[in-house]
Design a protein around this ligand. Structure first.
Ligand SMILES: [Zn+2]
Length: 240
């Protein structure tokens, strides 16, 4: 009798029912689903899970299942065989630019890079992490390189100074997901840096032009916001 009132568990996984799923907890999976997720592979020490029903692959970060985006298995294989230790000369250049925390508490710096093949990328996040290059975070980048692809690192004109980035880490949330720091350029044009952003590129104003405006964000005032649609959005992965 009691069972009639119990909500029935669904077959499969959360992604079977919502393709926008990014991650979900193992406890949620257990309580709401008759899970069709099984361990199918291990690459570079990372266990790969797959839903039998929707064929989506996942990796686990502690208690969370995170969706693996198309193409990331190849990237993971590459990651597992690369030399990800940052060479000392490149490390010194990056430390001059300065490392700050990203939202996963890994270290990042805004850089201009030159690859071993001579290609140059001006909007590059160099990331020091011990985690594999999997999940939604990496799908935001157009180019993904590893530290052993890099010949040279220098300051990016789009990069925000270390002093501003350190201050911006402490900014307060004013609206949901909005952590403004008010900055200005030499002409006094005011712009907003949101949270732990490390680049600025909008209306011909670039990160290296910016300094503190020394005032609080005011919802009545007009500001320039970062375009955040860089065509070149690039990330370089090095071992923490
Ligand atoms: Zn599924």
């Amino acid at each position: 009798m009691f069972n009639l009132f119990k909500r029935q568990k669904k077959n499969g996984c959360p992604n079977c029912y919502d393709k926008n799923t990014i991650s979900f907890g193992a406890d949620y999976l257990e309580s709401k689903f008759i899970s069709s997720i099984h361990l199918t592979d291990e690459i570079g020490g990372i266990k790969i899970y797959e839903c039998e029903k929707c064929k989506t692959q996942f990796f686990k970060d502690e208690n969370l299942y995170n969706k693996i985006v198309s193409g990331q298995i190849e990237l993971l294989k590459e990651w597992s065989i690369r030399n990800l230790v940052c060479p000392d000369d490149i490390k010194r250049e990056i430390e001059k630019i300065g490392l700050t925390n990203d939202w996963m508490l890994d270290k990042i710096a805004p850089c201009k890079i030159k690859l071993n093949n001579g290609e140059i990328y001006e909007l590059t996040t160099v990331l020091f992490t011990s985690k594999p290059p999997l999940g939604h975070y990496y799908s935001m980048y157009k180019n993904i390189f590893f530290i052993d692809d890099i010949r040279q690192v220098s300051e990016s004109k789009f990069g925000i100074s270390l002093e501003i980035r350190q201050q911006a880490e402490k900014s307060e949330e004013k609206r949901m997901g909005f952590y403004p720091t008010v900055l200005k350029n030499k002409e006094g044009t005011k712009v907003i840096l949101n949270g732990i952003s490390i680049f600025f590129n909008s209306n011909n104003i670039v990160g290296s032009d910016l300094e503190f405006a020394n005032e609080e964000w005011n919802h009545r005032e007009k500001y320039i916001y970062d375009a955040d649609d860089y065509e070149e959005k690039t990330i370089v992965i090095a071992l923490k």
